[in-house]
Ligand binder design. Structure first.
Ligand code: ADP
Ligand code: LRH
Length: 499
């Protein structure tokens, strides 16, 4: 059977993976997307001196390995797409060579810069011009940190490429700037969708480095001759997908046309809803929401929540101490624990940086006059209860902003393998959770390729294909009263944090 075959590279902050997607069936109603993971690799941050980096060449090498493997397995992908975490970038010099190792968004060099830039331009103005939640890692702060450090790399830079665009460049030699990633920089006007050159000038960020954004679905060009030769494979064509992983994930949500709320659950938790236009009101700013662009030129009104990062770091720590728990085991252990005994605000900034995470969880509980979780099971339970309550908080805020009521929440991403968390979320919001697909980012990445190839007419058709191809698990809410009580206590903690 003839099946259009594509390859998706989906690089998250904790792991990268390569998946083959095959579109089978010829009639619209019968068409299915079949997906096979062909390669998975860890994504490990590397500390060098005071800076934290991504190991970009290692990631490139893993991607090349996957390309070769795809053909060894007998697949013949016609196109490939790359999506990654947001905000980060590499710089090219005048010869087109990469200037050093890109920084990791958790590098502490942006500390204090939100406040500094806000004092100069005003919070409201920055939000209207950038549309983003004020997160220390937004590209604008990273570039300003380099400027303040008189970085020779910044001085030598001729082109800025956001991470997925950089990886595409290293494979094809073609330079583009894809729109969804561009919207994570805080340097693109959300209303005009043009670069904010005035702000760049004010901050001393060279505006010539920025390429005009292209939309998901744009064809970029074939693998370079060098790569084809090295791997002994044909010149597969790169397509600009929604190169921001969150936006690719949203494109794959198996939702019908009516408005919906989702949680993209991985290292970060992104709770949001899709809009035709960005929402740049004072209220959206105060409630700390972002406007991020994606497939079909849509905007996502979403909130970044610290997410399973907290659990990942605890797990790493336990492993170093000789206690190796899988995420599955941690969920089972947490389920045995008494609920709501310990609550944290996952977005307390102490949880942003790496290391000492169990102590950070304990110190938060101590400082807020709660009992202190000791065992791994207690700490894990604390994190999961707190995340579920935070998701409810974000859902309520979205309803406030859009004036709509949503019947439940779609959950996608690696985190939905944590069935306890899915169930707790349904309980916390008092509505059903529709969980699936796990590999939403990779699937959304493929869907944008099918749109570029003319196999899917639009985003709606792409979502129908996702819904027809992947099962969704339903979690019904329970114990509403106790959850309401816990939520009242949780809200007090959030309130206390603000003071
Ligand atoms: P990212 O793309 O940001 O790297 P993923 O979407 O791959 O993240 O999700 C990673 C998270 O998924 C982990 O932090 C972990 O909490 C959760 N997870 C992964 N596998 C499992 C599993 N088998 N059981 C429970 N949770 C899991
Ligand atoms: C999730 C994510 C999120 C960004 C963060 C840097 O992987 O892309 O949307 O804000 O990483």
């Amino acid at each position: 059977e003839q099946a259009t075959t594509v390859l998706a590279f989906d690089l998250g902050a904790s792991s990268g993976r390569a998946l083959i997607g095959r579109l089978t069936g010829s009639d619209l109603g019968e068409r299915r997307l079949e997906v096979e993971e062909i390669h998975r690799f860890p994504n490990v941050a590397v500390q060098v001196g005071r800076h934290l980096h991504w190991d970009i060449l290692r990631l490139l090498q893993e991607m090349k390995h996957a390309l070769r493997k795809a053909f060894q397995l007998g697949y013949k992908p016609v196109t490939f797409g790359v999506d990654t975490w947001g905000v980060d970038f590499g710089l090219l010099d005048a010869n087109g060579e990469l200037l050093g190792n890109p920084y990791h968004y958790r590098d502490p060099h942006t500390e204090g810069l939100i406040e500094e830039i806000e004092a100069r331009f005003g919070r409201g103005e920055l939000f209207r011009q950038g549309g983003l939640q004020f997160m220390p890692f937004n590209t604008v702060y990273q570039l300003y940190a380099m400027k303040k450090a008189a970085s020779p790399k910044l001085e030598a830079a001729r082109t800025l490429l956001l991470t997925p665009d950089l990886l595409v460049y290293l494979l094809t030699g073609k330079r583009v700037c894809e729109f969804s990633m561009a919207t994570t920089t805080q340097l693109l006007h959300p209303d005009t969708r043009k670069w904010n050159t005035a702000l760049m000038k004010e901050l001393g960020i060279p505006e010539e480095m920025f390429l005009g954004p292209v939309y998901p679905g744009t064809r970029i060009g074939p693998l370079s001759e060098e790569v084809c030769e090295e791997l002994a494979i044909p010149a597969v064509e790169a397509v600009a997908v929604a190169t921001h992983d969150t936006e690719s994930a949203v494109a794959a949500i198996p939702a019908a046309a009516e408005p919906f709320v989702y949680l993209v659950c991985g290292t970060w938790s992104l709770v949001g809803t899709e809009l035709d236009q960005p929402l740049l009101t004072e209220e959206a700013m105060e409630l700390e929401f972002s406007n991020e662009g994606g497939v079909g030129g849509k905007y996502q009104l979403l909130k970044n929540i610290m997410g399973l990062w907290i659990l990942q770091e605890c797990r790493r720590e336990w492993e170093e101490q000789g206690m190796a728990f899988s995420f599955g085991e941690l969920a089972v252990m947490a389920e045995q624990e008494e609920p709501f005994r310990y609550l944290i605000n996952p977005d307390d900034l102490r949880f942003f940086g790496p290391s000492n995470m169990t102590e950070k969880v304990r110190s938060y509980c101590r400082e807020t006059g709660q009992p202190v979780p000791e065992s791994a099971a207690e700490v894990a339970r604390c994190i999961m209860d707190s995340l579920a309550l935070k998701y409810r908080n974000a859902l309520e805020q979205i309803e406030k902003l859009t004036g709509k009521h949503y019947g439940g929440m779609h959950m996608v991403g690696g985190g939905i393998q944590n069935k306890l968390l899915c169930g707790l979320t349904a309980n916390a919001i008092g509505r059903p959770v529709w969980a699936g697909p796990v590999e939403a980012s990779a699937i959304g990445n493929m869907l944008a390729q099918f749109m570029a190839l003319g196999e899917c007419a639009n985003l709606e058709e792409a979502r129908q294909l996702s819904a027809a191809s992947f099962p969704v698990e339903i979690y019904e809410p329970a114990d509403t009263d106790v959850w309401n009580e816990a939520y009242a206590r949780f809200k007090q903690l959030l309130q206390a944090d603000l003071n």
